[in-house]
Design a protein around this ligand. Structure first.
Ligand code: FAD
Length: 656
């Protein structure tokens, strides 16, 4: 056994708190260690050259690097030693930065701790076993879940790379929230004009199979080989026959609120979500339909069949992009603002629909209480539900509300120069490209009045005038002003059904409720489930440019998988000793990756139940290992003897 120990200074990150030379001298004396060195940046090319040279010249078969967290550079060093002929699982990384130099203030003690940690790893390194990665084939098709701008972009990118994509959209059309917007900040280009060409491209792309009114109900398999069961909800309209003439909707007697217009207009039980919907086919809202059959009689194309049923189907794909977007904050929760109680208190999304030329008022912003009158005084309130520690509200900043409210205030002022337009804000967050310039333009040149202060309360007078009580924190005095309409800058929140989607795909969520990325800086598109990537607001609030950028990034990651014929599977998985296993199933219950199942085997002439690990699904988390009462499950690379060797070294007190 020949072990090499390498200690990194990490600039001053480690060297300022750990005496690396002393640690190096200490390591030289440890059992089986034939070389020990320190260097400024072990991960740099010259640092890696030191290791390469020693493997060649001294024939090292175990390598230990004491540096940063393994999350940072373990893959770098594993790749290095593998290229030099050492099994990558005979490499050990000791974290003396995050778990030592960054968290201690006493250099002597931190140096001793670094020595102890290295001594523990040297004892473990001697017991490490070479492991071999297994190979699995890849299904060269992808699935994108959610057909907002994120899902559209990801699907188009993957399809344009030559791979088949299933684009699964829960609602009747793709487009998502962006389809509901009028103009987009900061450039004020028309949302529909830039989105609809992309939507039609999806409809026309031969590599994209668009599955609207469809949900994922079951997920099996693993990276490269997912088996996804989808449920296609019955629309009772045969898409190939429907020519979107609209006769059915004209005759339909059922009227319900139109969700696309956020309740500001009615629609029929048989409907098309909006004029540019893709696919442009009618469908029946099963919850609203009274099955009177009038639509069936009116349809000359014979496209309506009320007996069509929901069907389930299982699709095989190699990789998945999650792009199921966001909801807007339920403003009713902030009771003093009177949303849902006062007609003329609306939210930002409703204002977008009022501005829209194909919205409920064909682009005229009118009072909800009186559709014949345009409001003369309009207030926009920032941070409704965001940056608020109140119960039910969200602590995080929703990132788009400052800009969309400034945009809406400007658009209203441009349409109605005589109107008085006020913005109530805490501070303006204009972090994106062109945002600060846009904000300055509106603040200095548009005639919109900016009041810095949080609104305490809104109340309605008898004539429907809305009075806002706030504090002007610049003038340090309370203000009370009357308005005809108040627009609430509601934040972005995780969708309610994300809980179920996260459960199906074994995805973690961050405290804000959105899906959690594998690393906030270095792996913002990845999840902890291999082969599943994130795009757009499903990961957290984002504007359109950031959404599109992340979607293209995730599409590229998906294509990386699709372009391979085989994938290597991590060998650090659990293994079951069938002789010891009692088949109690405890491991099956605790496994967060559904990687373990019980199977029947013939043991000494008897049929018995034992646990069996699917190595492609197992992430080596160790939960089963800890739960197993009979000690039948061990984890490769973290076997009991390997862990106990470290503990024994620590308890011996090797450092004087
Ligand atoms: C009022 C308002 C104004 C805005 N104005 C601007 C602006 O001017 N400029 C700008 O850059 N940004 C703006 N934004 C932000 C913009 O809306 C988002 O950046 C963008 O819509 C994010 O797209 P997405 O695809 O991630 O999510 P979404 O648009 O939410 O799309 C998600 C899609 O997934 C579908 N879906 C959900 N769950 C499932 C499921 N379980 N299975 C299948 N499909 C599912 C949904 O039906 C939807 O079609 C604004 C936001 C708001 C609220």
């Amino acid at each position: 056994m020949k072990i090499g120990v390498y200690i990194c200074e990490c600039g001053i990150n480690i060297a300022s708190m750990v005496d690396v030379e002393k640690v190096m001298e200490f390591a030289k004396e440890l059992p089986n260690v034939v070389v020990s060195r320190w260097y400024k940046f072990m991960c740099s090319d010259p640092g890696q050259d030191l290791i390469r040279q020693d493997i060649d010249e001294l024939g090292l078969d175990r390598v230990i690097v004491a540096a940063c967290s393994p999350r940072m550079h373990e893959p770098t060093f594993r790749e290095l030693v593998e290229k030099c002929g050492v099994n990558p699982y005979c490499f050990e990384m000791v974290n003396i930065r995050e778990q030592n130099s960054w968290v201690h203030t006493d250099k002597v003690q931190a140096t001793k701790k670094a020595m102890t940690l290295i001594a523990g790893s040297v004892s473990r390194a001697a017991l490490l076993e070479p492991l071999v990665r297994s190979r699995v084939g890849v299904t060269h098709e992808a699935m994108v879940i959610g057909g907002g701008v994120a899902g559209i972009q990801a699907a188009l990118d993957i399809a344009n790379n030559g791979y088949k994509v299933y684009l699964v959209e829960k609602s009747p059309t793709i487009g998502g929230r962006m389809a509901q917007l009028d103009k987009t900040f900061p450039t004020l280009d028309c949302s529909a004009c830039i989105l609809t060409p992309k939507m039609s491209n999806v409809g026309r792309n031969p590599n994209i199979e668009l599955l609207t009114n469809t949900e994922v109900v079951k997920v099996d398999g693993y990276v490269g080989n997912f088996k996804i069961t989808i449920r296609k909800n019955a629309t009772c309209v045969i898409p190939d026959k429907c020519n979107a003439c609209g006769d059915c909707a004209d005759i339909c007697p059922v009227i319900v609120p139109n969700e696309f217009d956020v309740g500001l207009s009615p629609r029929k039980a048989i409907y098309i979500a909006f004029p540019q919907a893709v696919p442009n086919k009618y469908l029946i809202d099963q919850n609203a339909c009274i099955k009177c059959g009038l639509c069936v009689k009116s349809c000359e194309a014979e496209a309506i069949d009320l007996n069509l049923e929901t069907v389930e189907e299982t699709l095989e794909v190699g990789t998945i992009v999650m792009a199921s977007g966001y909801d807007v904050f339920q403003a009713e929760i902030i009771e003093p603002y009177g949303f849902g109680k006062y007609d003329n208190v609306i939210n930002g999304l409703q204002m977008e629909r009022l501005f829209s030329s194909f919205g409920p008022t064909l682009g005229k912003v009118v009072k909800i209480s009186n559709p014949h009158e345009a409001p003369e005084k309009v207030a926009f309130i920032h941070c409704v539900g965001s940056r608020n520690l109140q119960e039910g509200a969200k602590e995080y900043c929703s990132r788009v509300c400052c800009m969309y409210l400034i945009k809406q205030a400007l658009l209203y002022k441009e349409k109605h120069p005589e109107a008085e337009v006020y913005l109530f804000y805490m501070d303006i967050r204009a972090f994106g490209k062109g945002f600060e310039e846009f904000y300055n333009r509106v603040q200095l040149h548009s005639g919109v009045t900016f009041v810095r202060g949080r609104v305490a309360e809104i109340y309605e007078k008898e004539d429907k005038t809305l009075t806002i009580r706030a504090e002007d924190t610049f003038l340090r005095r309370p203000v009370e002003l009357d308005f005809d309409m108040v627009v609430l800058g509601v934040g972005l929140v995780a969708k309610e059904d994300l809980t179920e989607l996260a459960r199906l795909f074994n995805l973690s969520r961050s405290p804000d409720g959105f899906l959690l990325e594998a690393h906030p800086k270095l792996r913002p598109n990845d999840t902890f489930t291999d082969g599943v990537f994130l795009a757009g607001c499903v990961q957290g609030p984002k504007d359109i440019p950031d959404t599109v950028a992340q979607a293209s990034g995730s599409a590229a990651k998906a294509c990386e998988i699709l372009s391979k014929d085989e994938l290597l599977i991590e060998p650090i998985t659990s293994i079951v000793n069938e002789d010891k296993c009692r088949g109690c199933g405890m491991c099956v219950e605790v496994c967060p990756y559904t990687a373990i199942e019980l199977k029947v085997v013939n043991k000494f002439g008897h049929l018995v139940t034992v646990a069996s690990v699917n190595e492609a699904l197992c992430k080596g988390c160790g939960s089963c290992n800890a739960a197993c009462l009979s000690g039948a499950i061990e984890q490769r690379h973290f076997k009991d003897n390997q862990i106990l060797a470290i503990i024994e070294t620590f308890t011996k007190g090797v450092v004087k």
